[in-house]
Design a protein around this ligand. Structure first.
Ligand code: ATP
Length: 238
């Protein structure tokens, strides 16, 4: 079943130039989908449309069986943005508790403490976020997404700035998310991560979907995802 259904979405900030043009794709249950594209290709704008952070101008978006702007749809998804913003005046425990209330969940704090330990943040759960490093904030965002267990998690460059050990662990946890039937849309410039993880890869350029194919097919055809982008940039009339 498709968990995210984006259908013919176009978007313009200024009413003149389309940043997204008739973008359509789906994310099925239990899948990790990579979202790639050059700077300014519209990836974040697409995510903002999905999460109703900008008003949809044309087309339609459904999360589960709900129109994307409805509260029922918003309960199904979690968005990790590219920045490391977290409420600095809270401890991680308070922040995660607050997120739990938002999604109507009883947080298992022992589970979170276990994840903090795995992500090399042992003993920091009750410290103010104000005192966290950039990487710790990113890891706290990831941990919060893992424990909120939303059917759909959209990750916009959140993996930037975390160390290799944490990346390795995050990849393992993402596979577990997939095995549990939940889905991730992973927007990143780290193609190696997508080659290891993504079932499909969606490649956007200038707001158009260029490829939406199984990652292994793209890698077989081009040699790597990076080569796919280079091939495209060399042959397309942009
Ligand atoms: N708030 C805004 N107002 C006007 N134009 C914007 C706004 N946000 C983004 N844009 C423009 O929309 C286009 C797409 O930007 P977007 O951030 O969606 O791209 P992206 O693919 O996420 O890029 P990157 O890889 O650099 O993060 C760019 O030309 C950008 O300048």
């Amino acid at each position: 079943m498709s968990l995210l259904n984006v259908n013919d979405v176009s978007y313009s900030y200024d009413g003149i130039v389309n940043v997204l043009s008739d973008v359509s794709f789906t994310v099925e249950e239990g899948r990790i989908v990579g979202l790639v594209g050059p700077n300014g290709s519209g990836k974040s704008t697409l995510i903002r449309n999905i999460f109703d952070l900008v008003r949809l101008q044309s087309g339609s978006i459904r999360i589960g069986s709900h129109e994307h702007a409805l509260p029922e749809a918003k309960q199904l998804g979690m968005y990790l943005s590219s920045n490391d913003y977290l409420p600095e005046f809270l401890t991680a425990r308070e922040y995660i508790s607050m997120m739990g209330k938002l999604f109507d969940l009883d947080v298992d704090h022992d589970e979170v403490i276990g994840l903090f330990r795995k992500f090399s943040m042992e003993g920091r759960y009750d410290h103010l976020i104000e005192d966290y490093s950039h990487g710790m904030r990113k890891k706290t965002q990831l941990v919060s997404a893992l424990v909120m267990r939303r059917p759909l998690t959209i990750i916009d460059e959140t993996l930037n700035g975390i160390d290799l050990e944490a990346l390795h662990l995050a990849e393992k946890e993402f596979r577990r998310v997939r095995d549990a039937g939940r889905s991730i849309l992973l927007c990143t410039h780290d193609f190696a991560v997508l080659e290891r993880l993504a079932d499909r890869t969606l490649f956007l350029d200038l707001g158009h979907v260029v490829y939406d194919e199984p990652t292994k097919d793209l890698v077989e055809e081009h040699g790597s995802l990076a080569a796919m982008v280079f091939d495209y940039l060399e042959t397309s009339q942009r």
